[in-house]
Design a protein around this ligand. Structure first.
Ligand code: FAD
Length: 408
C-alpha cells in the first residue's frame, strides 16, 4: 500500500488527508499543535464562513498566472463543495443572503473543524498531533519526513499543507514556505493580506466603534483594489471587510517603499457626485449636518463637515459653491490617511507564496519534485473576505489528496 504523509491538520491538510485515504492510500496526518484546525476555530468570528454563496474568480489575488489559478479553483466547483460538506461531513450549511456567504447551520466553527477530523478518522487517516515537522528530503524513490523528537517517517508522497505566516499562534509560521524553498521552489514575496490598517496619529480616533457600509479604493503604482462592504473605525485606524479586502495594496506599497504611499479613498455612501449635489441643494431650513445625518451616523457626519471645512449648522441655501464642491469631494472620494498595518498578527491570510507555475493545477504536484504536493495558503493565492480562502484550501487540499494517492 502506498503511503501519503500530509503535513498540517489545518483546512487544506485535513481535506487532503480525507481524499488521500478515501482513494486508498495509507495516510498519515502530522500536526504540530495538539488539536489542529485552529484557524477554522477562529474563522468568521467563531462561526466559520465556510464558503462563498457565489463565486467571482476574478477576486482572487496572485502574482502567478490567473489562468492557472482559475483552473485550480474550477477543479472542485462550489456546488460540489457545498454538497460534500452537507452529505459527507454531515454539516448542514445556511446562506446568509445579505453577505452572500455560507455558514454551518449551527453557526459553530468547532463543528467544521471536528467534523473534518472525524471524517478523516473514519476514512482511516492516522492523525498524529504534537508532531513538529522539521524537514522533508528525498529518500530512495520517495521522501523522508523529519519530525522533532520522533523518528523520520518514510513516504511515497508528501503533501505540504503548513499554511502561511498569518496569525502564527494558530501553528502556521512559514515552515511550509521554508521547506518548499529549500526543495527548489520559487517563492513569490510574501505579505500580510486581509489585515486591518493603522493611521497614527489616528485622525478619526473619536469615531472608534462607528461602522457603516462604504466603497473603498486603494491605488498604488501599478496596483489597485476596490471593495464595497462593512467599514469600522478602530481606535488606531480602520477595519471591517472592505478595509481588509483592499489592505494588500497598502501593505505592499509600504513593503516596496513606494513614495508616495498608496492612496486610500472612500465613498461614504452609495451616492455619487450627482446624488450628493442634489441632496446639498437648498431645502427649507435644512442644514449641512442635517443633510449628511440623513445618510450616515451622526458622529461621522460631523467629522466629514470638519474635514471639508464646512460649518455644521450652515443652512443649505447659504452654502457657497466651493463649499459644496469640497463637501461632495470628501463624501465621494474622501482621502483616508493611513500609516501602516496590523501585519501577520491579525492578517487573515498570507499573500504571495509558492509559485503556481511550479504546480500541476490538476493534481497540485510540484513540477520541481515528483511525489511532492502543495495545497492551501502556502501557495501564491488568496481571495477576499467571504469564504474564498476556505474554498481555496478545500479545492487545493482535495486535488492534492487525490493526486498524491493516485500517483503514489
Ligand atoms: C482570524 C481569521 C479568520 C478567518 N476567517 C475566515 C473565514 O471565515 N472564511 C474563510 O474562507 N477564511 C477565513 N480565514 C482564512 C483561513 O482560515 C485560511 O485561509 C485557511 O485556514 C488556510 O488553510 P491552510 O490549511 O492552508 O492553513 P492553516 O489553516 O494555517 O493550517 C496549517 C496547519 O499546519 C500546521 N503546521 C504548520 N507548520 C507545521 C509543521 N512544521 N509541522 C506540523 N504541522 C505544521 C499548523 O499548526 C496548522 O494546523 C480566516 C483566517 C483568520 C486568521
Amino acid at each position: 500500500m502506498t503511503r501519503v504523509v500530509v503535513i498540517g491538520a489545518g483546512a487544506a491538510g485535513t481535506m487532503a488527508a480525507i481524499f488521500a485515504a478515501g482513494a486508498g492510500a495509507e495516510t498519515i496526518l502530522l500536526e504540530r499543535t495538539n488539536d489542529g484546525g485552529r484557524k477554522i476555530l477562529i474563522s468568521g468570528g467563531g462561526r466559520c464562513n465556510i464558503l462563498p454563496a457565489r463565486l467571482d474568480e476574478s477576486r482572487f489575488v496572485t502574482d502567478s498566472s490567473a489562468n492557472t489559478l482559475r483552473k485550480i479553483v474550477r477543479g472542485w466547483p462550489l456546488a460540489e463543495q457545498v454538497a460534500f460538506f452537507e452529505r459527507d461531513v454531515g454539516i448542514a450549511l445556511v446562506e446568509e443572503p445579505e453577505s452572500v456567504k455560507f455558514f454551518p447551520a449551527s453557526h459553530k466553527a468547532r463543528d467544521v473543524r471536528d467534523g473534518l477530523l472525524a471524517l478523516a478518522r473514519t476514512r482511516g487517516v492516522a492523525i498524529r498531533m504534537d508532531m513538529l515537522v522539521t524537514d522533508v528530503a528525498p529518500s530512495g524513490t520517495g521522501w523522508a519526513v523529519s519530525c522533532s523528537g520522533a523518528p523520520a517517517i518514510e513516504a511515497d508522497a508528501v503533501i505540504i499543507a503548513c499554511g502561511g505566516l498569518s496569525v502564527p499562534m494558530t501553528g502556521s509560521e512559514g515552515a511550509g514556505l521554508r521547506i518548499a524553498e529549500k526543495l527548489g521552489h520559487t517563492i513569490h514575496a510574501t505579505y500580510p493580506a486581509l489585515t486591518p490598517i493603522i493611521a497614527q496619529p489616528a485622525p478619526f480616533a473619536n469615531l472608534s466603534g462607528v461602522s457603516l457600509p462604504v466603497t473603498l479604493t486603494a491605488t498604488a503604482r501599478g496596483r489597485s483594489a476596490a471593495a464595497t462592504g462593512g467599514f469600522l473605525f478602530t481606535h488606531v485606524g480602520y477595519s471591517g471587510p472592505a478595509v481588509l479586502d483592499v489592505s494588500h495594496v497598502l501593505v505592499r506599497s509600504r513593503a516596496e517603499h513606494d513614495d508616495p504611499l498608496a492612496r486610500l479613498t472612500v465613498r461614504w455612501t452609495a451616492h455619487g457626485d450627482a446624488e450628493w449635489t442634489e441632496r446639498l441643494r437648498p431645502h427649507g431650513a435644512r442644514t449641512a449636518i442635517g443633510a449628511l445625518r440623513a445618510e450616515m451616523p451622526d458622529r461621522l457626519a460631523a467629522a466629514l463637515l470638519l474635514t471639508a471645512n464646512v460649518a455644521a449648522d450652515r443652512v443649505l441655501s447659504e452654502l457657497q459653491r466651493d463649499e459644496r464642491l469640497r463637501l461632495v469631494e470628501v463624501l465621494v472620494r474622501g482621502a483616508l490617511p493611513w500609516t501602516s498595518d496590523e501585519g501577520y498578527r491579525k492578517a487573515e491570510v498570507t499573500g504571495g507564496g509558492v509559485s503556481l507555475a511550479e504546480i500541476d493545477p490538476r493534481t497540485m504536484e510540484s513540477r520541481r519534485c515528483a511525489g511532492l504536493y502543495l495545497c492551501g495558503e502556502v501557495l501564491d493565492a488568496f481571495g477576499p473576505i467571504g469564504g474564498y480562502n476556505f474554498l481555496w484550501a478545500w479545492a487545493t487540499g482535495r486535488a492534492a489528496g487525490l493526486g498524491a494517492a493516485r500517483a503514489a
